[in-house]
Write a protein that binds this ligand. Structure first.
Ligand code: PAF
Length: 282
């Protein structure tokens, strides 16, 4: 495995690897790698791709600077994990390398409805920052396949939209959310929780499952109220949302016709740490 910090160098190495029709698989990350990231790396390795991972804590997607400062940074451990799991190239640029003229957003991505709801509503500007960095990374790495985790369902839809707007030739491969034995979704932010808070946070998964199991017996309003009450009763300080949406477009669904494909999505705070999760319902 080689680790590279300069754009020019990573492009040279990737060009030399693009032989015999070998595909390039790309896993963008902000580091603090956990089993969820490793499952994306493994998927890319499994598909026979040259596997590239980026580690870059992107300042432009944090609408809260304290959250950016507190974001866990575990580089040594990350590199050891990547080497062990078959990653070929790690790209870890500095902020100056990624944004030579400064990181102020120069371009507005016309993402439409998808960035107005859920995360878009609670983290204004977040998805513009995600698009800015992911477009830049895709133009540098030029992967055939981009691996993204289902935990960030809305991010997947946003990135797909940006890829379409920018006419980028990369396929998006969606990988299932990896969970701890308790059901808690793997996340870099879990590192900021105590063992007890991690146990408590597994209530999110239990409530998502409860909703799936009771989808045909109770109204969506009842399910959401029940879930929120139990999440708040289990150590959470605040809920941004626990709501039901069309699984493909994320359009909110309040009255369900019994047929439409639904996802339930959650965001909330425990011990000052913001967690998100989601589940397909039917
Ligand atoms: O999901 C993430 O970790 C980030 O949003 C991403 C895609 C690496 C862009 O910074």
């Amino acid at each position: 495995m080689v680790s590279i910090t300069k754009i020019e160098d990573v492009q040279k190495v990737l060009n030399s690897l693009r032989v015999n029709d070998k595909k390039t698989g790309f896993v963008p990350t902000m580091g603090a790698l956990h089993p969820g990231h490793i499952s994306l790396i493994s998927k890319s390795v499994e598909r026979g791709d040259n596997t590239v991972c980026s580690i870059f804590v992107n300042p432009t997607q944090f609408n809260d600077s304290a959250d950016f400062e507190k974001y866990p940074r575990t580089l040594e451990n990350d590199l050891a994990l990547l080497a062990k799991n078959g990653c070929n190239v790690v790209f870890m640029p500095s902020v100056e390398e990624m944004y030579p003229g400064g990181s102020t957003l120069r371009e507005h991505y016309d993402l439409g409805f998808i960035e107005t709801i859920l995360e878009g509503r609670f983290r204004p500007g977040h998805f513009q920052g995600v698009c800015q960095v992911v477009e830049r990374l895709l133009r540098i790495v030029q992967p055939d396949e981009l691996f993204l985790g289902q935990k960030d369902l809305q991010q997947i839809l946003v990135i797909k939209k940006m890829i379409e707007l920018k006419n980028i030739q990369t396929d998006v491969i969606i990988c299932e959310t990896l969970r701890e034995p308790s059901g808690l979704a793997s996340s870099s932010r879990n590192a900021r929780l105590s063992e007890m808070q991690k146990e408590q946070a597994a209530i999110i998964y239990r409530m998502l499952q409860y909703c799936r199991e009771n989808l045909y017996n109770r109204s969506l309003e009842e399910l959401s109220a029940y879930a929120q009450q139990h999440i708040l009763g289990n150590g959470f300080d605040k809920i941004d949302y626990f709501s039901f949406h069309n699984a493909a477009t994320l359009a909110p669904v309040e009255l369900w016709d019994g047929e439409e494909k639904l996802s339930a999505l959650f965001a909330g705070y425990i011990g000052g740490v913001r967690l998100i999760d989601n589940m397909f319902m039917n």
